[in-house]
Design a binder for this molecule. Structure first.
Ligand SMILES: [Zn+2]
Length: 327
């Protein structure tokens, strides 16, 4: 199979028409030829519409996009492919308004597509589990302590929702010293493979509060058995050891935390930079989607050339998502 285009010119050449996109999609979906999703038979007629395959045994018609993220879309595949290509190309994340203007489509349509793409990224990586030496910590995403309430609301540039209907936006800050977390702040459990100061796979999970239970649940779900953890919080210590892992580390003071847990702090700092850099703060509701995008990029940061193809693959193998599920 031909590799994904490496620049805009090649892209235009490879995916300039619906037929070319459909052919690429079919190859990606059925590398060894069509397989009927209904009965598993591998022979088909091409029905009158070019993107429909009809099984020769059960006669069920299957479209190339059925059962993928593109299922039932009104947007041409040429636009989808361009959006996926742009998302993969732009390290900081693609701008919704810019894409809408390039494709001459409503901002709202592109906004939905981008959220679907982020969902596909999350689905692609949800099976990844961590192993080896793992640093664990929590990040606080939310309005800075002592900031006047008025300044806490930042409009997400890409959102098509009216300002009055918009959920509260999050800036990125710290928990007030000695105080409780604010309602608008979100805690994120961060796990990173950290062999010899080099970051490997990463897991982020937004939680109401970082507790023994929430850490235990995250570790149980996303870490292989019997690994070694380093952290500085007692919840992490107890939760990790209760699952049979080894825990090293002690309570560190805020001034030396970056030295004690260098890799996880680097990841948290990159995450905050990513969220603020492109999206000017993110609403609490959509935060998991943006975190999925961050993880998808971070895990593949050394394979930039194949990022577009990985993302397209993620979209093909993600289950369809309706607009209602996105609301
Ligand atoms: Zn069939």
């Amino acid at each position: 199979m031909k590799s994904f285009p490496a620049n805009a010119l090649e892209f235009q050449e490879a995916f300039g028409t619906e037929e070319k996109c459909e052919a690429y999609l079919a190859k990606l979906r059925w590398p060894h030829g069509f397989v009927c999703p209904n009965c598993g038979h591998d022979d088909s007629y091409t029905a009158s519409t070019r993107n429909l395959f009809q099984c020769t045994v059960c006669l069920k018609q299957t479209s190339i996009t059925a059962g993928t993220l593109f299922h039932g879309t009104h947007l041409p595949l040429t636009c989808w492919f361009w959006i996926i290509y742009q998302v993969a190309q732009d390290k900081g994340g693609a701008s919704c308004r810019k894409l809408a203007s390039q494709l001459n489509r409503p901002v709202k349509t592109i906004w939905h597509v981008l959220h679907k793409v982020r969902y596909a990224m999350g689905r692609r990586d949800e099976g990844i589990t961590l192993a080896g030496f793992i640093e664990i910590d929590e990040a606080i995403l939310g309005p800075e302590a002592r900031r006047p309430a008025k300044e806490e609301e930042v409009e997400e540039v890409a959102s098509p929702v009216k300002k009055s209907q918009m959920p509260r936006q999050l800036k990125l800050g710290r928990k007030p010293k000695g105080g409780k977390k604010r309602k608008t702040q979100v805690e994120v459990i961060v796990l990173v493979e950290a062999e010899r100061f080099h970051a490997g796979n990463v897991v982020l999970r937004a939680v109401e509060r970082t507790t023994y239970e929430s850490v235990k649940e995250t570790v149980e779900l996303r870490v292989d058995p019997c690994q070694v953890f380093k952290g500085d919080k007692k919840q992490a210590h107890y939760a990790v050891r209760s699952l049979g892992h080894t825990f090293v580390g002690k309570k560190s003071n805020p001034d030396t935390a970056c030295i004690d847990l260098p890799v996880v702090h680097r990841v948290i700092s990159l995450l905050k930079h990513f969220l603020m850099g492109t999206y000017y703060g993110v609403s609490k509701k959509y935060l998991p989607g943006y975190m999925a995008e961050f993880c998808f990029r971070f895990i593949r940061r050394e394979k930039e050339r194949s990022l577009s193809e990985s993302l397209l693959r993620a979209c093909v193998f993600a289950l369809p998502l309706t607009y209602d599920e996105l609301k």
